[in-house]
Design a protein around this ligand. Sequence first.
Ligand code: GDP
Ligand code: IMO
Ligand code: MG
Length: 420
Amino acid sequence: MVDVILGLQWGDEGKGKIVDYFAPKYDIIARFQGGPNAGHTLYVEGKKMVLHQIPSGIFHQNTINVIGGGVVLDPVTLKRECDAVAAHGIDVRKNLFISERTNIIVPTHRALDKASELAKGESKIGSTLKGIGPAYMDKTGRNALRVGDLLDKSFTTQYIKLRLKHQKLLDNFHFIEDISAWEEEFFEALEFLRTLNIVNGEYFVNNKISEGKKVLAEGAQGSMLDIDYGTFPFVTSSNTISAGVCTGLGVSPKQINEVMGVTKAYCTRVGGGPFPSELEDATGEELRKVGNEFGATTGRPRRCGWIDLVALRYACMINGVTQVIMTKADVLDAFEELKVCTAYSINGKETREVPFQMTKVKIDPVLESFKGWNTDTSAIKDAKKLPATMTSYIDFINKYIGAPVKHVSNGPGREQIVHI
Ligand code: GDP
Ligand code: IMO
Ligand code: MG
């Protein structure tokens, strides 16, 4: 049995905190896609930790953490993260397992990401520059190096071949940065990676399922950044939606049980691309300030706006969401008035559907107003104590998206969650 926790917006919904909270109910936490573009924040003994490659169950001693075949892995980031985790007394050799099929991000992938973004100029994606796009291109182009290849004698020859191919592409971009320091770090990190548990991920996970173990698949990014169903081309390069769990871990759709979707009580986006309910005014600034909306991976200020129910309903549909977790509700505590986007107006026509393409048309949000609750909710533990104004805000959302909000997160701490 596999449950899933994934993002319903454009990432940074608070997945890390939620996975860390639910981790004790599961035997295995598995990442199925994405790479170091992810930044999942959790608090361990009051100390902030940001995880990029390692699943968010790592701080629970008895939980097995799996990096699945659908992930792209930067060995340098992984090594750095393993060192940070070890400082908390966690032995990654005991509870971290990496699939042989996981694709490796090489230094030239990062260089290519940078070169490609520079070449795009004004229309750049706003990539995290971690090499994600080029690494997935080498996967679909059938050139990639995978973690299992590390155990093969031909690895260095394969690496040199790939590097030469990349060099030609970099020459075309007139990219002339010296990457030798990156390479040195990379080879050191590969030595470290060789010492970790490298397994046949699909048998590993399926055998555990057969033994009756419970698996939680942890999404990275968000549904609106999905390569196929997101706001293309302003997306990431993997399937972030629930279907990605099957391809990313090698499990059958029959194994998927609950799909828990995480959304903020408002909305953010980092990087370029359409964001119909964005607030480019003082209210947006206030959301950024109160919500501390700065990227966990790049530190960039996040764009802020009202919750977009058109996009949220769409995300619930394509993921088959069975329950919703609403995070950062406390961030709205001090707002007199709240708004939600209930339709898109395109060329004077209103729609409740996410259009095929959102970049070449002007989308005006149709907004509905709500009274704010104007109370500090961050210490509430019992759903009955939630202000009536918040309950009616949530009821409206439930009805619109057709999926129930079952948990409300009211602070970054592990214990700050209310079950409805
Ligand atoms: P992720 O990528 O989905 O794991 O989310 P990030 O870690 O990038 O961003 C979410 C941010 O919100 C982090 O700084 C969390 O500590 C914080 N956070 C998560 N849940 C809550 C919440 O309910 N209230 C508040 N105020 N902060 C939260
Ligand atoms: P988590 O897991 C928010 C965004 C980037 C950019 C686009 C493509 O923390 O929610 P990429 O590096 O993948 O080529 O960037 O996707 N992006 C994210 N935004 N949270 C993330 O991850 C993201 N990962 C990528 O800002 O717009
Ligand atoms: Mg994040």
